[in-house]
Design a protein around this ligand. Structure first.
Ligand SMILES: CC(C)(COP(=O)(O)OP(=O)(O)OC[C@H]1O[C@@H](n2cnc3c(N)ncnc32)[C@H](O)[C@@H]1OP(=O)(O)O)[C@@H](O)C(=O)NCCC(=O)NCCS
Length: 186
């Protein structure tokens, strides 16, 4: 699995492998894509946006698109959140973790952020666990309630943060562990 820039012709497989899969919509904020015409429009939008902000397509070894991964930036260039989604046939295999780790690395090492943020709906236990596993610090539950714009669902957010120091500390720990592991194997 890897991340690459989107191409217009990705729309058919993105629709087949991800967007046509209703299971994936449960906790997503972006509007569901319900046919190939909308999928093509969405990929055109991604191709346009990736010129100025980090948008990627998640592909398998054979370059088959299975999902998307975006870093959502505020107007001042700071990282507001990530949007990651893959088809349900591909979940639970560690891809979400690897994709998010790559986006965290990109945020700190390419975009030079001092702090990044993340959020998930209070009911989204899967993403909540994923964010904790990635090393995010839970800030708390947003006091206000939000409304999802495409179906009126009322939800609350759990907000997360990670500072550059926290990121570097974790990276050092991971490298130390890998080094010890390699040393043991020799
Ligand atoms: C959120 C999403 C990207 C996670 O991807 P994934 O490939 O399934 O995640 P991973 O396999 O890397 O799992 C990472 C961790 O998440 C947690 N997790 C995975 N599957 C889970 C499940 N079914 N229930 C609860 N937690 C789960 C675990 O902590 C897991 O780590 P562990 O296996 O070491 O315990 C994926 O489920 C998805 O695309 N969902 C649809 C889109 C969406 O809702 N995106 C989030 C909101 S924008």
């Amino acid at each position: 699995m890897s991340l690459r820039k989107a191409k217009i012709e990705d729309y058919k497989l993105l629709y087949k492998n991800f967007w046509s899969d209703e299971k994936g919509w449960k906790f997503m904020l972006w509007r569901p894509i319900k046919n190939l015409t909308s999928a093509k429009e969405k990929v055109k939008e991604i191709v346009e946006k990736q010129k100025t902000s980090p948008r990627f397509v998640v592909v398998q070894k054979n370059d088959e698109p299975i999902g998307i991964a975006s870093i959502i930036l505020r107007d001042d260039g700071s990282v507001k959140d990530f949007a990651v989604g893959i088809g349900s046939n591909f979940t639970g295999k560690g891809y979400g973790y690897e994709i998010s780790k790559a986006l965290i690395k990109y945020s700190f090492e390419i975009l030079n952020q001092d702090e990044i943020f993340g959020a998930c709906m209070t009911e989204d236990k899967h993403t909540h666990k994923l964010l904790k596993k990635l090393g995010y610090r839970e800030i708390g539950i947003s006091p206000k309630s939000y409304t999802r714009n495409w179906d009126g669902l009322a939800y609350q957010k759990i907000k997360f943060s990670m500072t550059r120091d926290e990121y570097l500390k974790r990276e050092r720990k991971e490298h130390r562990f890998l080094w010890l592991f390699k040393k043991k194997k020799v």
